[in-house]
Design a protein around this ligand. Structure first.
Ligand SMILES: [Cu+2]
Length: 321
């Protein structure tokens, strides 16, 4: 009898294993991706830290789940009703009750510890970041200003100025995606605020977003964070807080340049473009740097949304998009 039950259990295990393997293989992920359990790879150390928290938390959850599943299978397979006799009763078993209270507590404590340390790492700030950027969200676009400390007044920042007195700022419009150009491998500080409603600063490759409040001080929100982009490239940025009609079109692009190239970019932004007789804007400065795809003068990860409905309809009718 027990032999029959055993072989049935084995068959069940084999079927379950096969089903699991088919599910795993049919997702078409690489082994590396599969072990991240759906979490993509980011481009900042903060993203990497959150990723390892996620991976280990999932492994812990799977281990606990496996133990529980095996215990259930063991019980239903080998402890079926054998006779009408009431089996030995084991309630009020104090050691057992202590064990199953302490074990979940330990699990929660361990998860809590690693979550808090990861969160502290993500929120950590250094006193002297290499670059400060003010990010202003508004319905429905973004402005990025390069800041500097006001001379003689620590902790007070002003917008850097070009040689012609214009502020070093990049503003998006319905025809231009604003480019937020930053250096790689340097600490960049973002000071985010809104001029109207709640927005959310979200760069998917950072695996991080933060709500953008109007009057952050009055709202008592921590509107400053720092990251280091470790990979050069173009990364799309989005508003992740439903903020009105054109919320979904409130996109920007982060362009991470190697430090030496970024220094040249920032220097160019302060200079006057002989063609326009105004200081170089973001696209003009990138075009001037001429470093290939990385210096594309317009966004490559997203495109502007024409808010003019008539123009849009005309283009659609002509077979465009
Ligand atoms: Cu928004």
């Amino acid at each position: 009898m027990i032999g029959v039950v055993r072989s049935r259990a084995m068959r069940l295990l084999k079927v379950a294993g096969l089903a699991g393997m088919i599910a795993f293989v049919s997702t078409g992920c690489s082994v590396y991706q599969a072990f991240a359990f759906g979490w993509p790879q980011g481009v900042t150390p903060q993203a990497e830290r959150m990723r390892s928290l996620w991976i280990w938390a999932t492994i812990a959850a799977l281990a606990v789940g496996l133990i529980v599943a095996l215990l259930i299978m063991w019980t239903v397979t080998f402890h079926r009703k054998k006779s009408n006799e009431i089996p030995r009763q084991t309630q009020y078993n104090l050691p057992l009750e202590i064990i199953y209270t302490v074990i979940p507590f330990v699990i929660v404590a361990v998860l809590f510890y690693f979550t808090v340390t990861a969160q502290n790492f993500v929120n950590a700030k250094v006193d002297n970041p290499d670059l400060r950027v003010r990010v202003i969200g508004f319905q429905w676009n973004w402005e990025f200003q390069y800041l500097q400390e006001r001379p003689g007044r620590g902790g007070v920042y002003q917008v850097r100025q070009a040689d012609d007195g214009e502020p070093l700022s990049t503003i998006g419009s319905s025809s231009t995606i604003p480019l937020l150009v930053v250096p790689t491998n340097r600490v960049v500080e973002y000071r985010i605020e809104s001029t109207d409603v709640l927005h959310s600063f979200y760069i998917p490759d950072f695996l991080f977003k933060r709500d953008v409040f109007p009057h952050p001080e009055k709202n008592d929100t921590d509107n400053v964070f720092q990251t280091t982009v470790q990979r050069q490239g173009a990364f799309v940025g989005r508003c992740a807080e439903l903020c009105g009609t054109y919320h979904s079109m409130m996109n920007f692009e982060m362009r991470a340049l190697p430090p030496d190239l970024f220094d040249r970019y920032l220097a160019l932004r302060a200079q006057t473009n002989p063609q326009t007789h105004r200081s170089y804007n973001a696209g003009e400065a990138l075009a001037q740097l001429n470093c290939g795809e990385l210096c594309a003068p317009e966004a490559v990860t997203t495109s502007p949304f024409d808010t003019d409905r008539t123009a849009r309809e005309v283009r659609q009718a002509q077979g465009g998009h």
